[in-house]
Design a protein around this ligand. Structure first.
Ligand code: FAD
Ligand code: NAD
Length: 475
């Protein structure tokens, strides 16, 4: 390898410029550390900005608009069906991504974070090399490093990932076409969000899910209203089913299925594989360091996000579940502060999760299953949104607010929501769990009327035996 300059001494090298990496680099620079951020893609923002959170939410916003317009019919407002112009949809999303990436580049410059475009790899436990396309490799000798290389889609075993009829989520978000018939493998976050987008754009969507439920692991009470609505939006949802083969067919792909009640063969135009993501921990030279990798490829870290190699930290998707952007950012800040010598630890009481479907599903803190596993006795308070004036006036009484309290103390341990705007409403629940709020705190907090947030206050009232918009408790 021809090297450029001799290794340059820096306080911190961050590998990966996604939400975890840029948050870490920004906080470290603000704390006075000379920081270099190595990012392979020509822009900051990671998978989240370029092929994840942001484009998917841009399309979901438009899908919601189309659905609302169609459903306004019942309320006496009639719109013509939308004309979908894929070229403009692509331009609209690309413009938002560009604006946000430029904003991140400006923020990096303003704090003196040096962004190097290249692929980072450890030469040894104190040196990173950034391989660059248009220049000699750059070498950095670091006091500390943060690994923030994120994750990538898992291909379906036995299927050719390069097959033109098979997309991963990044390809699907490029909106290369709007297939008449789209088969989605995986009924998790991505399968359901992108299924919602393509269904709104006019595709006939079929979802194939290996396990017995959509969003496996999520409270079934929250999933049920979503599943009901998706079953009317999608052509079919096949649970306990797997794809065994995909063959090229004259007008698309012929997909073989094996499962409970599913047809043996489905003919579609396109297949989207969304069966999970795996951490990017290969080809990083980690074997030159003391960093360990677990059986699933994640890097085990301590509360400060330090790996088994004391000067190397890891944050974001690479450091384990949940693989969410806000968790990555929070970890990035903790790692930077720990490296700067501040007392810092990643010990949240609650990490919110949101599936941005229609209805949205959101949860935070403990679920009943988590509480049972920890031997904590809990009592749940459920407010169906048919008791919410706002939800009924929106024509969306199918939602549910579920609060989980420690039975003995009345302390709020977890919140689950399903319904429009659940992803925004969950913030109150996360704050309340994080602050150790009691049912009384939520019940005596005045919630504006008429808002969906009232259902959180009402659920706390219910727990205390004094609901207003639900029948009185039997004394
Ligand atoms: P990433 O965002 O994956 O960034 C890692 C970066 O490291 C990448 O830019 C990559 O180019 C770079 N890199 C990798 N290897 C190297 C190397 N050797 N050298 C230099 N650079 C390297 N999460 C949410 O919280 N909300 C959502 O709504 C949401 N929606 C999503 C939708 C989709 C379709 C997908 C795929 C994901 C979504 N996620 C969402 C998950 C979210 O994108 C991730 O949790 C988040 O991006 C993780 O951030 P990160 O910094 O760990 O890694
Ligand atoms: P996922 O883990 O959410 O869902 C994958 C689904 O595929 C699961 O339901 C699983 O049972 C199923 N599956 C696995 N193998 C299968 C097979 N052979 N056939 C049929 N089904 C199969 O993964 P994802 O949807 O790919 O998303 C990856 C991660 O990205 C998520 O776990 C989440 O961390 C993140 N993400 C978050 C958001 C958000 O925050 N709104 C959105 C998208 C992605």
């Amino acid at each position: 390898m021809v090297m450029g300059d001799l290794p340059r001494d820096v306080d911190l090298v961050v590998i990966g410029g996604g939400p975890g990496g840029y948050a870490a680099a920004f906080r470290a620079a603000d704390l006075g550390l000379e920081t270099v951020l190595v990012e392979a893609r020509g822009a900051l923002g990671g998978e989240c900005l370029h092929v994840g959170c942001i484009p998917s939410k841009a399309f979901l916003g438009l899908a919601a608009l189309a659905t609302a317009a169609a459903e306004a019919h019942g309320a006496g407002l009639e719109f013509a069906p939308p004309k979908v112009v894929p070229e403009r949809l692509r331009e609209w999303t690309a413009a938002s991504i560009l604006k946000l990436a430029q904003g991140l580049a400006r923020l990096a410059r303003a704090r003196g974070v040096e962004v190097v475009t290249g692929r980072g790899r450890f030469m040894d436990a104190h040196t990173v090399v950034a391989a660059r396309e248009d220049a000699a490799p750059a070498l950095f000798h670091f006091h500390h490093a943060i690994l923030a290389t994120g994750s990538r889609p898992v291909p379906l075993p036995g299927l050719d990932a390069g097959h033109p009829r098979i997309w991963d989520s990044a390809q699907a978000l490029g909106l290369p076409s709007i297939p008449s018939r789209l088969l989605i493998v995986g009924g998790g976050y991505i399968g359901l969000e992108l299924g919602t987008v393509y269904a709104a754009l006019g595709s006939e969507v079929t979802v194939v899910e290996l396990t017995e439920s959509l969003l496996p692991g999520v409270d079934p009470e929250l999933v049920a209203p979503l599943e009901r609505r998706l079953r009317s939006l999608f052509k079919a949802i096949h649970l306990r089913t797997k794809v065994t083969a995909v063959h090229e067919a004259p007008a698309g792909a012929r997909v073989e299925l094996a499962g409970d009640g599913a047809p043996a063969i489905v003919d579609v135009d396109q297949v989207l594989v969304a069966v999970g993501r795996r951490p990017n921990t290969d080809h990083l030279g980690l074997e030159q360091t003391a960093v360990r990798i677990d059986a699933r490829g994640f890097v085990p870290v301590d509360a400060r996000r330090r790996t088994a190699d004391p000067q190397i930290y890891a944050v974001g998707d690479v450091a384990g579940e949940p693989m969410l952007a806000h968790k990555a950012m929070a970890e990035g800040v903790v790692a930077a502060e720990a490296i700067a010598g501040r007392p810092a630890a990643f010990e949240p009481q609650a990490i919110p999760a949101v599936v941005f479907t229609d209805p949205e599903v959101a949860w935070t803190g403990l679920s009943e299953r988590d509480a049972a596993a920890r031997g904590i006795a809990v009592r749940a308070a459920r407010v169906p949104w048919s008791a919410s004036g706002r939800a009924v006036s929106m024509g969306r009484a199918d939602g549910l607010t579920k609060l989980l309290f420690e039975a003995e103390t009345g302390r709020l341990l977890g919140v689950g929501l399903v319904g429009p705007h659940a992803g925004d409403l969950i913030a109150e629940g996360t704050l309340a769990v994080e602050m150790g709020a009691l049912a009384e705190d939520l019940a005596s907090t005045i919630h504006a009327h008429p808002t969906l947030s009232e259902t959180l206050g009402e659920a706390a009232e219910l727990f205390l035996g004094r609901p207003i918009h639900l029948p009185p408790p039997r004394l």
